[in-house]
Design a protein around this ligand. Structure first.
Ligand code: ADP
Length: 544
C-alpha cells in the first residue's frame, strides 16, 4: 500500500521562490569585479533569475542543454544557478584555475552552448574560443559600460543587455525531480577530468542535509560567506542551503586575499564561512600580522583537505571561531561528514576534545559509509582499523557524465572514494590518507596527512607536504617538504626533533627539503603529482 501524501517533485527553482516569498528582504551582498559592493534581496534575485530563464529561451536554449559559467562568487552567478537549472537546462560551472587545455576539454566534452564569463576571465576565453566546438555565444557578465574595449569575441553578448528587455514574468516549469540540474568536473590529478552530473532531487536533498544543526547548522539568523568558489562543487551547496533557510549571503567575488575577506567579514557581520585550508592560512597570517580580531564570525567550515590541528586551535583560541572540519568530494555534492561534538564529548579535557575535532566528522542522515580491506571485507568501526572508504546515498554519484570511467559503483551500489579511513563507534570518520598518497614503508602504512599536520604545528612552518620517495630497503620512505614562514629560520634537525615528540619513530621523515612555495591544484589541494615530479631524481640520504 502506498501512502497518500502529495508526490510534489523536489526542484531547485522552488528554493528561490521560497526565499523570495518568505525572506524577500534578506540581502545578498557581492563584491563585484567592476569594483565596489552590490546589494539586493532574494526578491530581486528571483526576478532576475526569471529574466535569465527568459533570455536563455530567447537564445533557443532548451531543457537538457549545458550552459557553461566561468565565474567567481557573485550575484550574477547566483542568478544563473537558478535561471539555468530552473528552466530545465544544466548549469555547468567551470573552474577558471584549470589549465587552458583542461578548460577546452571540459567545454567540448560538456558541449556547452553558451558560456557566461566574468570580466577578468574574458581575455582567457578570447584566446581559447577557436578551440570551443559547440559554444554559440559568450556572455560577458557585466554591463555595456564596463565591457573591455577591443575584445575579439564574435557573437559576444552582454549580460545586462540580455536581461534589460525581459519582463521577468517567467513561470518555472515543473518536471521530473531526477532531471539533471548542474555539472561539475573533478579536477582529476591524473587523466581527463570527469563530469559529475547533479539532479534537482539530489541537490535539494543535499541542501536539506547540509542545513541540519549538526551539519552546517544554517538559519535565517546567519550571514553566510562562501569563500569556497561556486565553480567548486556548487560552493559546497551553500547557494542552495542559504535560500532554503533564509540566510543572508555575502559573495566575495575574486578578492580572496586576507585583507579583502577580513573587510567583508567585519562590514557584513558574517557569522558563518567556508573554504579550503590554504585560504584560511592567508587570512590567519593577515590577521596575525595586523593584530586584528574577528567580531562576528562564529563558524568556519574547513574542508577539501585535512584541517591542520594548529589551524583549528588558532581559530578557536585567538579568534573565538569554531572550526567545523568537513569532508566530502565532488562526487558527493560534496558533503560527506562534518565534525560536531556530541554532548558526552563536552565533558572531556581540551586535549581529548581536540583529538576528536581533528577527525573529519560524522555523516548526516543520507550518507552511508563503510570501510573495507583489500579483499572487500568490511572492517570494524573501532576507530583503529583503517581501509578503503566506500559511500552511498541519494546525493552521491552513480557514474560520470557520458559514462566516462565505466561502472564506478561496487557491489551493493557503493562508491569507492579513493580515501583510506577509520570509523569509530560514534560514527566519526578520520581520513588516514588518499590511497595514492599513503606512504608504504616496508609493508606498513604511514599517513602523509598526519605527518603534515605534525609539521604544521611548528611555528616557523607556513605549509608542509609529505611524499613517499623510493628506498631500496623499505620501498618508500617519507620526505618532508617545507615552505617556511616569511623571515623564519628553521633547520632540518630542529624540525625532526620537534616531530619525534609527536609521531612514532619509524614514521619520522628521512629528510626535509625547503622550498619557496608548495604547489596547489585548482581546488586548493597540495599538488602531490607535481612534488613527486619535482623530486623524481632526488635520492634520500638514507638510501645508501
Ligand atoms: P578534486 O578537487 O580533486 O576534483 P574533490 O574536491 O572532490 O576533488 O576532492 C575530494 C577529496 O578531497 C576527498 O576524496 C579527500 O581525499 C580530500 N578531502 C576533502 N576533504 C578533506 C578533509 N577534510 N580531510 C582530508 N581530505 C579531504
Amino acid at each position: 500500500m502506498f501512502g497518500l501524501m502529495q508526490d510534489r517533485p523536489l526542484l531547485i527553482q522552488q528554493l528561490i521562490e521560497h526565499a523570495a516569498l518568505n525572506h524577500g528582504d534578506t540581502e545578498i551582498v557581492s563584491r563585484t569585479l567592476e569594483g565596489g559592493i552590490h546589494r539586493y534581496t532574494y526578491r530581486d534575485a528571483r526576478l532576475r533569475s526569471k529574466k535569465v530563464a527568459e533570455a536563455l529561451q530567447s537564445l533557443g536554449i532548451k531543457a537538457g542543454d549545458r550552459i557553461g559559467t566561468l565565474a567567481w562568487n557573485g550575484y550574477r552567478h547566483f542568478e544563473l544557478y537558478y535561471g539555468i537549472s530552473g528552466m530545465g537546462a544544466v548549469c555547468h560551472t567551470i573552474n577558471p584555475r584549470l589549465f587552458p587545455e583542461q578548460i577546452v576539454y571540459i567545454v567540448n566534452h560538456a558541449e556547452d552552448q553558451l558560456l557566461f564569463v566574468d570580466l577578468n576571465l574574458l581575455p582567457a576565453v578570447e584566446k581559447l574560443l577557436p578551440q570551443f566546438k559547440t559554444v554559440r555565444h559568450v556572455v560577458a557578465m557585466t554591463d555595456r559600460d564596463h565591457l573591455p574595449k577591443g575584445l575579439n569575441i564574435p557573437n559576444l553578448l552582454v549580460y545586462e543587455d540580455l536581461l534589460a528587455d525581459k519582463p521577468g514574468t517567467y513561470e518555472w516549469p515543473e518536471f521530473d525531480e531526477r532531471t539533471a540540474s548542474s555539472l561539475c568536473y573533478t579536477s582529476g590529478t591524473t587523466g581527463n577530468p570527469k563530469g559529475v552530473l547533479y539532479s534537482h532531487r539530489s541537490t535539494i536533498l543535499h541542501a536539506y542535509g547540509a542545513a541540519l544543526p549538526d551539519t552546517l547548522g544554517l538559519s535565517a539568523r546567519a550571514t553566510v560567506l562562501p569563500v569556497v568558489p561556486m565553480f567548486h562543487v556548487n560552493a559546497w551547496g551553500l547557494p542552495y542551503s542559504a535560500p532554503m533557510v533564509g540566510a543572508k549571503l555575502v559573495f566575495p567575488g575574486v578578492a580572496l586575499d586576507g585583507a579583502s575577506l577580513y573587510e567583508l567579514f567585519e562590514k557584513e557581520e558574517v557569522v558563518f564561512t567556508a573554504g579550503v585550508p590554504t585560504v584560511w592560512l592567508a587570512l590567519l597570517q593577515y590577521m596575525q600580522a595586523n593584530k586584528l580580531k574577528l567580531s562576528t564570525v562564529k563558524y568556519a567550515v574547513i574542508g577539501g583537505s585535512a584541517a591542520p590541528p594548529a589551524m583549528i586551535e588558532t581559530f578557536d583560541r585567538d579568534y573565538g571561531v569554531e572550526v567545523l572540519h568537513a569532508w566530502g568530494m565532488s562526487e558527493m555534492s560534496p558533503l560527506g561528514t562534518v565534525n560536531h561534538p556530541k554532548s558526552k564529548h563536552l565533558k572531556l579535557s581540551h586535549k581529548e576534545q581536540l583529538d576528536i575535532r581533528l577527525k573529519q566528522g560524522r555523516p548526516p542522515y543520507g550518507v552511508e559509509m563503510k570501510i573495507v580491506d583489500g579483499d572487500g571485507k568490511e572492517l570494524p568501526h573501532d576507530g583503529k582499523a583503517f581501509g578503503d572508504l566506500l559511500v552511498r546515498g541519494p546525493w552521491i554519484t552513480s557514474g560520470y557524465f557520458k559514462g566516462e570511467g565505466g561502472d564506478v559503483l561496487e557491489e551493493g551500489g557503493w562508491f569507492p572514494t579513493g580515501d583510506v579511513a577509520t570509523i569509530d563507534a560514534d560514527g566519526y570518520m578520520q581520513i588516514t590518507d588518499r590511497s595514492k598518497d599513503v606512504i608504504k614503508s616496508g609493508g606498513e602504512w604511514i599517513s602523509s596527512i598526519d605527518l603534515e599536520n605534525a609539521a604544521m604545528a611548528h611555528p616557523a612552518v607556513a605549509e608542509a607536504a609529505v611524499i613517499g620517495v623510493f628506498h631500496p630497503k623499505w620501498d618508500e620512505r617519507p620526505l618532508l617538504i617545507i615552505h617556511k614562514k616569511e623571515g623564519a629560520t628553521l633547520e632540518k634537525d630542529e624540525l625532526i626533533d620537534f616531530l619525534s615528540a609527536k609521531v612514532a619513530k619509524w614514521w619520522l621523515p628521512d629528510d626535509v627539503q625547503f622550498v619557496d612555495a608548495i604547489p596547489h591544484t585548482a581546488t586548493g589541494k597540495i599538488l602531490k603529482t607535481r612534488l613527486r615530479d619535482d623530486f623524481k631524481n632526488y635520492k634520500l640520504p638514507t638510501a645508501g
